[in-house]
Design a protein around this ligand. Sequence first.
Ligand code: MN
Length: 343
Amino acid sequence: MVTSITFNPNDPGRPNGNFFALPHSGGEGEIEIISVPWDVTTSYRQGTSGGPKAILDASLQVDLFDSDLENAWGMKISNTELNLHSLNTENRIFAKKIIKHLEDGGSIADREIVYLRNQVNQASEIVNMMVYNAAKSVIDSGRIAAALGGEHSVPFGLIKAVAEKYPGTGILHIDAHADLRCAYEGFTYSHASIMYNVIRELGGISKLVQVAVRDFCEEEEKLMRSSEKISTFFDRNMKDRQYEGATWKSQCEEIISHLPGNVYISFDVDGLCPGLCPSTGTPVPGGLEFEQAMYLIRQIVFSGRKIVGFDLSEVSPPVSGDWDANVGARILFKLCCYTKMSN
Ligand SMILES: [Mn+2]
């Protein structure tokens, strides 16, 4: 085990079980990363359950000098991995049967579909409870909890724990999708429903500010338009304004003006350009550049707002190489740095 006495932040990262091969181990970090390898309701391309492990491996490549946070290598980041392997494998089989049934136009008896759906929905509730319990104990001890997916359904329990501890929290939601569907393919806690469930079930969340959204259905569009809690900055409108001369700075100021003092960041990697996440479950053309997203989050910190929790989801290990995980590890590092700076 590498200790802080022998640790040199200029050396290549040596695997020690910690994200970014940071020297602090054993014990509680100021930030706890809860890894949630779960991708049961994924509708298009599975694989994000491998995200946490791939990001941990790729995180060794992240250089520890950070231009925003002095001595970033001194951050104390600990990690908890939820053991979901058999629950994920078993329920993924059930979910795939349902998805195939929907695509085929109905080849399985109704009674079996009801049974399979109930199984998946119950398993999702177990995951929500596990994430909630893990997050609550971190938050109650005055530390920051983060969730690392997996698909985008995974942070529900964390957002619930944050909303209870810090009522009035607003969410900055970076995503290609609105995630405002009332269940999807019959799955209540679908990746496509995370923000619908948050808004409907978690009274402690005062505001949802969505950025880079560019793929949504009519029902979601209606909800975005009718809910005072939701402000959506569509990718297309932001780009139009940029082409017509508006600066990214001025657009960030407007986005941030919708957020209260306590901010939770929900970062779906597909909010970025698909070139930065080619293997993700549901990629969509358009989206933010890496630095564009980081600038936005940095401005939140500079505005004096506090980041009270975050998640990163939908990073999927590519079939070959490690590009998606490499990008994911760099987003994770910056999210940790900005969270520390804001607290
Ligand atoms: Mn998405």
